[in-house]
Design a binder for this molecule. Structure first.
Ligand code: PLP
Length: 406
């Protein structure tokens, strides 16, 4: 049986929405993007969200808005996709990597150790859809001694007066932390709508704004929107109207806007995300957990707990107890022979050539390495049938038996 890892969910509603855009006479940033932004704000529990062309762009844009650049430091977990670190580097700042907990989220005690007077932001990552410990992170940045260290060098930094908490929620749209949705857990949250994500626009990202007083969320939205559109006072949609030709360039912007043709795909998906797509993901994740619970060697991911925290079931991070990296690789090879595509999320950044050449060392991140060395990501997407899930599980079990229990 051939099982791919993450095909996009394209139904008639997606096709209709895309066709509607194609025949509307407008295909780049316009009404569909606005509707997607409103839907995202609803799910994220915020007033304003801005869509951009990727989560990577979103992270760069937010950090630039906050005035982060050369000489600054941004704390991130070592266990994430490279985009978290690359976004920091593209602002000119230095990514300061810290180790993670057993549940893959950023280690709070390690964050505290790494904060200096140069620290401008912390980027927790909700790996696989499981939220980081935001209450603890928000408490750290509010601590008196840590606020006293903070040296503001932009207007937003003066207004906030502390380290920005910027969530990399590329995986976690629709997840909850202590009863609150991702998007509303810290200052600013960036979601990904990349092709393999829970809601996709082929490529895309969303920025949800949840800044405290004295920030005005719709003003921040407008500034960020301007920054995403070359700093141009009128977008192309407005300029198509008769008499609307005059514009100005008022700041050094980027070209990071999302086109309507992309937003159309995500719009059709996000409308049924809570009612259909997310419950389907949950069905699959729970079925994996139920089927793997019979095997002592299977270390199951945490998917929900009694304090109202619940995953967005982006991917299923299965770990195998008591194996080493080469065993994991051999198990994946055996699984692949059965036609099932699995993955590893992620190779910790200090193991990748670029970051090694910059001096990062996996020896400083023992938990990230331990998690990585025994992890196999199993597919989750709504189209997976119960029979296919059973096949995936028996493929993993068979591979384990062949490699380990032989
Ligand atoms: C944890 C994490 N952060 C950021 C990104 C970047 O998302 P995008 O491809 O939308 O830029 C990804 C993409 O896979 C990711 O997994």
């Amino acid at each position: 049986m051939k099982i791919s890892f993450s095909p996009p969910f394209i139904d008639n509603d997606v096709l209709k929405e895309v066709e509607d855009t194609l025949s509307s006479g407008w295909i780049t940033t316009g009404p569909k993007v606005k509707s997607l932004e409103n839907e995202l704000s609803g799910i994220a529990g915020v007033k304003n969200s801005l869509c951009v062309n990727s989560a990577t762009s979103g992270l760069i844009l937010v950090m630039r808005w906050y005035g982060i650049g050369k000489g600054d430091e941004v704390i991130i977990p070592s266990y994430t996709y490279c985009a978290t670190a690359l976004a920091v580097i593209h602002t000119g700042a230095i990514p300061v990597m810290v180790d993670v907990y057993d549940d893959f989220t950023i280690n709070i005690a390690e964050i505290e150790k790494k904060i200096t007077s140069k620290t401008k932001a912390i980027i927790p990552v909700d790996i696989a859809g499981w939220p980081a410990d935001y209450d603890s992170i928000n408490k750290v940045v509010q601590k008196k001694n840590i606020r006293e260290k903070f040296i503001p060098n932009s207007i937003p930094q003066q207004q906030l007066g502390r380290i920005l908490v910027l969530s990399d929620a590329a995986h976690s749209i629709g997840a909850y932390y202590k009863g609150k949705p991702t998007g509303s857990l810290c200052d600013i949250t960036v979601f990904s709508f990349h092709a393999v994500k829970n809601v996709t626009t082929a490529e895309g990202g969303g920025i949800s704004i949840n800044l405290p007083e004295p920030f005005n969320s719709s003003e921040v939205y407008s500034t960020m929107r301007l920054m995403s559109l070359n700093g141009q006072t009128k977008d192309a949609f407005t300029k198509t109207r008769a008499g609307e030709w005059l514009y100005d360039i008022v700041l050094l912007g980027f070209k990071m806007n999302m086109p309507d043709i992309c937003a159309a795909i995500g719009l059709a998906q996000i409308r049924k995300y809570k009612s259909f797509l997310l419950p389907e993901r949950k069905r699959i994740a729970l079925m994996y957990s139920q089927l793997f619970s019979h095997y002592k060697w299977a270390h199951l991911p945490i998917l929900s707990n009694s304090d109202g925290t619940e995953s967005s079931y982006h991917i299923y991070l299965l770990r195998i107890n008591d194996i080493v990296e080469s065993d994991r690789d051999a198990i994946i090879e055996e699984i692949s022979k059965t036609g099932v595509s699995v993955n590893v999320h992620f190779i910790p950044m200090p193991m990748l050539s670029l970051f090694k050449s910059m001096g990062y060392n996996i020896g400083d991140h023992p938990v990230a390495y331990r998690n990585y060395s025994c992890e196999i990501s199993l597919p989750i997407y709504p189209q997976l049938s119960d029979t296919e899930i059973q096949f995936i599980v028996s493929s993993v079990v068979g591979a384990y038996q062949k490699v380990i229990a032989k």
